[in-house]
Design a protein around this ligand. Structure first.
Ligand code: ADP
Ligand code: ASP
Ligand code: MG
Length: 845
């Protein structure tokens, strides 16, 4: 069947590779650089679309009206199509098609709502539109990119049988259809673009191949066209030793045998559709490769046996691990079971007839019980099927009961080298015992290719990390070369401090040469993010800094991605990063994002005060989440910029001292302002100058209101045992009453209205031999901030510029408080404080 001309490559692009127009342009670039082969493209739905459609369909069947959600999806597809820059009639046709697709979705939606039920057939019809419309848009994007491409309906090529929602391809029929439909297009040197996931049943209905089914479409087309390569372009460097969202140390596996890969896919590794490997044939290479780095090696899945089996196997018996969440264990138990013939076979048969897939089966050698792991959604149906199948035994009490135990997870470790290597199981159980993880059930496949075990759902993450490190999977293969030991930093917030930090890190890493301890891999702003798993070079960072300073949002930068911070973290942490750190230099409410980052394996450095100065329960939750996952949260720059304030408090308490009282002028901004006014500058002029120098928060009223100082006081207070909320901090505001409610612009215009009153206040103080300072006083019991008139000869009076001042009265330093003074405002010192925390984390883990 192989064409006589150049070899064929099937390129499959997953949802993340088709997230938006710029992602699609990237796809065109990838295809353009593959000049040597004839190409077939398989497209999945755009990022998140299938999940969204499924959700909408479920809601519709439950009577929840949500047509607006369909409109939002339509708008997203339209926007993507429009920004491709397609010309004239083609553009109109594409928009027309999108409109029609969504009109049809709307109609199906109404139908589902009217029935009040979601049948498998209508679900398939509904979901198929996601992949089909994405393929049409991609075909257009390729055309714009100078590649001759043509959309081909999946139902014209892929023939499939079996249940809706999980149909299996019919290889022979598909081969015939491919010869009729795809060959002629390929022979014209045009690239067919086929939607993944979708096929046609013998009855002519649209069916889907199961979630993640576009992988299967790709290997299927690869097979029937006799392709040399099938490349699955994903958002990860390849197939990794574990799910990188759960195990941050996961490493790339450069080469994997098809049996190992199938086993991983079957046991839940989301990266591959479980049946995608069935279609793979000797002579075709299957490669999983990152679209963000098209020249990377990725993972090659080979059909041939490994060359040097024994040596490699003994050293690395286990290649990877995976987990299936939401599992339920069904146990058939009873004294009378001993001797009942074929219990296991009958149980399997019953479950198969009920359409339930069993992930694990384990029988005690006493034959007293037998248990099976199944998906929790299928638990009721499965239990009913077993009760029916064993009704006679239940009635005769040979079987006591069918027990149902939910909230579990199945974990599987996989590797060809496990066969015949003693001690694997011992190491596995040892690792779990050390972490205090209880094993509910165990099974070893007859092939000895995997060992699977069942644990409590809430232990699953911990268990995977423990197993990963026990088998030293973080040290395996090519991954180590790609990720030398250093910290990968993601900067959240690309304002003044974020940019300054990026600049400092760029110089830091170029100076440090080969010994790079930390490098920036991603930057996130309100519009979206820019990310490169291999690090953003100094030149690239400079480019981004310049662009952002000129007000170009990151989503519009080269390779910028549009999205929320949550989406950015989700996408970024899907990669196998090395010691990832999220640095929060925003001034926003980021608790949710920070918790997400912690759970996905990142450490945290904060310059942002809000997460620690928000509701006490949130601040505590953050520390709790961090502690539970063994993560760290450092926040030196939240108080006193680069001064070692937090560090001092920690050292004092570690050494057994206790802090009784902190008095501080922790606002460089207010210090500067009061200092300038003391020298005769007017309020309005001094404030404008402070803003120009980057000493203020984005809205200077955050400083003037005293709220910024109050937050610092609260953070300090919470460190020494003050329990309370921001509202419990007594605050004196310096914003004139009349200007509290006005818009930021108006506020700046009307600043001078306050000049006269300030002039008088300063003069009065001076006449009494005092100087005005904005001071925070914190003890275990109280926290207050406000103007204080301090003696002109005191150390506080002599503070200059933006200097901060902290004095700690402790049990040991009671008569003579411990004092720290130094510059405490400005992007440069704050960024330096942050960098210091980053390097601390990079060096200590
Ligand atoms: P596609 O975009 O092609 O549909 P998927 O999103 O289905 O790709 O699969 C890629 C995702 O699979 C990754 O983002 C990663 O979070 C997850 N994943 C789970 N286990 C693994 C693993 N062992 N190796 C790589 N990725 C994994
Ligand atoms: N869009 C389908 C899904 O999300 C198929 C795929 O992405 O592979 O399952
Ligand atoms: Mg997928």
């Amino acid at each position: 069947m192989r064409s006589s001309s150049s070899p064929i490559t099937v390129h499959k692009f997953g949802g993340a590779a088709l997230a938006d127009a710029s992602a699609m342009r990237n796809v065109a670039g990838i295809l353009a650089s593959d000049a040597a082969s004839q190409k077939v493209v398989v497209a999945s739905a755009m990022l998140g679309v299938t999940d969204r459609l499924l959700d909408i369909a479920h809601r519709a069947s439950a009577g929840e009206q949500e047509p607006a959600a369909i409109d939002a999806l339509r708008d997203r597809h339209m926007a993507t199509a429009k920004s491709l820059g397609l010309a004239g009639p083609d553009n109109a046709t594409l928009q027309q098609t999108i409109a029609e697709t969504f009109a049809e979705l709307h109609q199906l939606f109404v139908e589902i709502a009217q029935r009040g039920e979601l049948t498998p057939a209508i679900t398939d019809a509904f979901l198929s539109h996601g992949d089909r419309i994405a393929a049409r848009i991609l075909a257009a994007a390729l055309t714009v990119g100078g590649i001759r491409a043509e959309f081909v309906e999946a139902t014209d090529v892929v023939r499939a049988e079996g249940p809706y929602g999980n149909a299996s391809p019919n290889i022979e029929d598909t081969a015939r259809a491919a010869d009729d439909v795809l060959r002629p297009i390929i022979d014209r040197s045009v690239v067919p673009v086929v939607p993944g996931f979708v096929g046609r049943s013998p009855r002519g209905d649209t069916v889907t191949l199961g979630r993640g089914g576009s992988d299967l479409t790709a290997t299927l087309l690869g097979r029937v066209l006799g392709a040399r390569d099938v490349i699955l372009w994903k958002d990860v460097p390849g197939l990794l030793t574990a799910d990188p969202r759960v195990v941050p140390d996961a490493r790339l596996i450069p080469v994997l045998h098809v049996r190992e890969a199938s086993e991983l896919a079957y046991y839940g590794a989301k990266v591959l559709h479980p049946r995608s490997l069935i279609a793979l044939q000797a002579g075709t290479r299957l490669i999983i490769r990152p679209y963000a780095d098209p020249t990377a090696h990725g993972t090659e899945i080979v059909v041939e046996r490994e060359r040097k089996p024994t040596a490699g196997r003994a050293r690395r018996p286990v290649k990877a691990l995976t987990a299936i969440a939401d599992q339920t264990l069904l146990t058939i138990a009873g004294n009378g079971m001993v001797g009942v013939p074929g219990v296991a076979a009958r149980a399997f048969g019953a479950l198969e007839r009920a359409g339930v897939s069993v992930s694990l089966i384990s029988q005690a050698s006493s034959e007293h019980s037998i248990c099976m792991g199944i998906p929790t959604i299928a638990a009721n149906a499965a239990a009913a099927a077993l009760r029916e199948a064993f009704a006679p035994e239940l009635a005769r009490r040979e079987i006591d009961a069918i027990e149902v135990r939910p909230d579990l997870a199945t974990i599987a470790i996989v590797g060809l080298g496990m066969a015949g290597t003693p001690g694997v199981a011992a190491r596995l159980f040892g690792a779990l015992a050390d972490e205090g993880v209880n094993i509910v059930a165990i099974a070893q496949g007859a092939s000895e290719l995997n060992i699977s075990l069942v644990v409590e759902g809430h232990d699953a993450g911990k268990a995977q990390r423990a197993i990963h490190s026990a088998f030293r999977l973080g040290k395996i293969g090519g991954g180590a070369a790609i990720h030398p030991e250093h910290a990968d930093v993601v900067i959240l917030g690309f304002g003044q401090i974020g940019r300054e930090l990026a600049a400092q890190m760029a110089t830091h890493s170029s100076r440090a040469g080969e010994q790079v301890q930390a490098r920036v891999v991603g930057v996130i702003d309100r519009s979206g993010y820019v990310f490169n798993a291999r690090g953003l070079s100094a030149k690239r960072l400079e480019e981004l800094i310049a662009a952002k300073a000129a007000r170009t949002p990151l989503s519009r930068a080269r390779r910028g991605v549009h999205g929320t911070a949550e989406e950015a973290i989700a996408a970024i942490t899907a990669h196998a990063l090395s010691r990832p750190i999220l640095v929060d230099v925003t001034a926003g409410d980021t608790v949710a994002v920070l918790e997400q980052a912690l759970m996905r394996g990142m450490d945290i450095v904060l310059a942002n005060k809000r997460p620690l100065a928000g509701p006490e329960k949130d601040a505590r939750a953050l520390t709790r989440v961090a502690a539970a996952d063994g993560r760290r949260v450092l926040h030196e720059a939240t108080v006193g910029a680069g001064l070692p304030v937090i560090d001092t408090i920690q050292k004092l308490s570690e050494s057994g001292d206790s802090i009784l009282r902190i008095e501080a002028c922790p606002s460089g901004t207010l210090g500067y302002l009061l200092g300038e006014m003391g020298r005769g500058t007017s309020f309005s002029t001094a404030l404008r100058e402070a803003m120009r120098r980057g000493y203020t928060e984005p809205d200077p009223r955050d400083d003037l209101s005293g709220m910024d100082v109050a937050r610092k006081a609260l953070i300090l207070g919470r460190l020494i045992g003050f329990s309370g909320e921001l509202a419990d901090v007594e605050v004196e505001s310096l914003v004139p009453e009349s200007l509290r409610e006005v818009a930021p612009d108006a506020f700046l215009e009307r600043l001078h209205e306050a000049d006269a009153e300030w002039e008088k206040r300063i003069r009065d103080a001076r006449e009494r031999g005092t100087v005005l300072r904005y001071r925070a006083t914190v003890t275990k019991r109280e926290a207050r901030v406000g103007i204080a008139a301090v003696d002109g000869s005191s150390s506080l009076a002599s503070l200059a510029g933006t200097d901060n001042h902290f004095s700690f009265t402790t049990r040991r330093y009671r008569a003579n408080p411990l004092v720290i003074t130094g510059p405490g405002a400005g992007a440069a010192v704050t960024a330096a404080g942050v960098l210091n925390d980053v390097l601390k984390l990079a060096g200590t883990r």
